[in-house]
Design a protein around this ligand. Sequence first.
Ligand SMILES: [Zn+2]
Length: 260
Amino acid sequence: MPPEPHAILTAYLCFWLAVSGAVLGSFFDCAVSRWAAGEPPFRGRSRCSSCGHTLSASDLVPVFSFLVRRGRCRWCGAKIPAECLAAELAGAASFLCLGAVFGAAPALGQWLIWAALLLALSLADCARQLLPDPLVLGLCVNRLVWVFLLREDIPQAALTALAACAVPAALLCAVLVGEKYTGRELMGGGDIKLLFALALYFTWAQMLLTLLIGCALGLVWALCAKRRRAAVPFGPFLALGAFSTLCFGGPLIAWYIGLF
Ligand SMILES: [Zn+2]
């Protein structure tokens, strides 16, 4: 039986989304590594960080260039950081997943920008243990714009967001009390801000699931990490928790709420 036209369209959309996600991941990785080195993130052509050679188009094909050159610079043979490949794969996988979940619906636009900002935030947090405010603000602005573009019921959307904000608000109170008693920082301010920004997109149940997945992944990572004393950035785990909740959390939340 030939595949349905709808399935062909979705597969075509997913392919191009995966390509765009990989290109965006590569771009963000380059910009963030420059930003972490104190250089202007968007100025000048891509160069090898070891020999400084300007990279040509064939060196910059996401994923493929890394695999074909076996993770090494063509000019000096220096190792290309594995984070480059990870950023490209994360961009491709997240965009492909969103395409498969939402199809060619208008809401896809909102979630693609959301995922791109989360990817940039995660890379920045890995590079400098910092979640830049402009990117968190970008998440808030994206949501506000799409509330109008998607013609959502504004009072209803505001009520949902307010209820969802109860989760980071409660966490903030717990963290402040915990920090007062232990005398040390328990959670970065950027992580709390990111949670408030995510609350604009989610219901309170989705926020709880995001936090649960983020904490579980962070804990597993901290236990498995070679350098246990090194600070673990929490932003990427929150982003992964939010992404998993959006794409796969629906049945789990429906099952849990059905218990009551
Ligand atoms: Zn080189």
